[in-house]
Design a protein. Structure first.
Length: 466
């Protein structure tokens, strides 16, 4: 199959850029290639939901299939019985989960709008945004409910496509697949160090569906990234893919974009944000000066000049976080608003001048109630809940050990805690210094000068004041 942006659907490229930027902002770093979005659309629907209406570039000899005329239910099923759209969003269980995880977002997106005509609901442009939120919900579940710290895993992985593989697997198999815990927990050290994470994804079932989807999306993404040379053909061969000639890179996408192309994109996504106060005319008025500033209102290069426009669109759109919804489903209580509190913990080691302490920082509306535990002992010690309006709240003295937050809530609802553990070590090292020699011709800048002898139970460096 040849992969391309249709000439009359330039909004696809804007959509992928916006969705990638949104996901990157939610994650806090650039976790995966923008081409993972296109790879998913190719894998899920062969990008053919509007096939009969798409105009391919002149170089294309194999066009996307016309699913809209040959198998319309594949993309536009209003009954919710099958997955729909370019990214094959399941409108049954998966949509219900998103509805609960994003209580201030998905419930306001009408199913019929999402799954109906291409100009409104079955648009690549908005469906790619929902995919970004779908992907981040999975990561947030592992990070804040399971406390597996996938974010740190992705940051430190020796496999640059680790996030692509894991997120693709979850998109197909769900966030509760049994493939994740062995990677994030049981075999974490080895998995982080692996240059090919596929070696640790369900290795006992080499032809399993979880590995299949991870391998396929990874392979397509690498081709679109111009990294076909990095494809592991042993992994591909397990699923009958052996023709390397079918995996060739043509070029990175670029095209000249007029304001009308950006306007068309905004008009396709704006209806879905109407419930959140996004007015289409105001949206257009906010973005047009950004576009005009780049080249005096004339056309611009997508690849080299569109960045400021993408940033402006992302900043204009409201952002939704799943942690509140996840917290209410998986054990937390309360919650009647759309903004959940958060808590994080930092530690300060003890010194000869001060006691070791923990500091807990909050967001939300005081007073805050939180609990924490010590995890380096067995059984773990869970301390009584503390209620305070002090921010940050200091706990001292603290014995040496490893601590982490368990829960937090404020006057409005339950919230989320940063699960990263904090290690406390007391440092009672003492240092003494004595003058052992002075003299010579100091004023001339020559000679041995002053010599100081330092005795300490800890290694340097040392600071001397005299």
């Amino acid at each position: 199959m040849q992969v391309y942006i249709p000439e009359n659907r330039k909004g696809w490229a804007i959509g992928m850029a916006v969705s990638h930027s949104l996901f990157t902002n939610l994650m806090g770093f650039d976790a995966m290639s923008i081409n993972e979005y296109f790879a998913t659309a190719i894998q899920e629907s062969n990008a053919g939901c509007e096939g009969s209406k798409l105009i391919a570039p002149s170089w294309v000899t194999t066009k996307y299939p016309s699913l809209d005329t040959k198998a319309p239910i594949f993309c536009y099923d209003l009954s919710g019985g099958v997955a729909v759209g370019y990214f094959q969003q399941e409108m049954g269980g998966s949509w219900t989960e998103l509805d609960a995880n994003y209580p201030c977002f998905i419930p306001f997106v009408k199913k019929d709008q999402f799954t109906s005509t291409p100009s409104v609901g079955s648009s690549f442009e908005f469906q790619s945004i929902v995919k970004a939120y779908h992907d981040y919900r999975n990561v947030a579940y592992w990070q804040y409910v399971k406390c597996w710290n996938p974010i740190d895993f992705f940051k430190n992985s020796k496999d640059p496509y680790a996030a692509v593989k894991i997120i693709a697997l979850a998109y197909n198999q769900g966030m509760n697949s049994g493939a994740f815990e062995p990677v994030f927990v049981k075999n974490r050290t080895a998995a982080v160090a692996a240059t090919n994470l596929m070696d640790y994804i369900s290795p006992a079932s080499p032809s399993g569906l979880d590995r299949l989807y991870a391998e396929q999306i990874n392979r397509i993404t690498k081709v679109l990234d111009n990294k076909a040379s990095e494809i592991n053909w042993n992994d591909a061969a397990v699923f009958g893919v052996t023709d390397k000639g079918d995996h060739s890179f043509r070029d990175f996408y670029d095209a000249q974009y007029n304001w009308s192309d950006v306007e068309d994109y905004i008009k396709k996504i704006a209806p879905f944000y109407k419930a959140f106060g996004v007015d289409e005319n105001n949206f257009l008025a906010e973005i047009k000066p950004v576009f005009d500033k780049i080249n005096g209102g004339k056309s611009i290069s997508f690849r080299y000049q569109m960045g400021e426009v993408i940033d402006a669109i992302v900043l204009y759109l409201p952002v939704f976080d799943p942690k509140k919804g996840l917290g209410e489903i998986y054990g937390a209580v309360g919650g009647n608003g759309c903004f959940a509190p958060a808590a994080r913990m930092e530690g300060e080691n003890g010194t000869c001048l001060d006691e070791a302490k923990l500091k807990v920082y909050f967001s939300g509306e005081a007073p805050y109630s939180f609990s924490y535990k010590r995890t380096d002992v067995s059984p773990e010690v869970v301390y009584p809940e503390i209620t305070t309006s002090v921010n940050p709240y200091i706990i001292k003295p603290v014995p040496d050990g490893v601590y982490s937050l368990v829960s937090v809530r404020d006057n409005t609802s339950a919230g989320e805690v940063v699960c990263t553990p904090v290690e406390i070590k007391s440092n009672s090292a003492m240092a003494t210094a004595s003058l052992v020699k002075y003299g010579d011709t100091l004023c001339s800048g020559a000679g041995a000068g002053i010599q100081v002898q330092i005795t300490s139970s800890a290694s340097g460096p040392f600071t001397i004041e005299y």
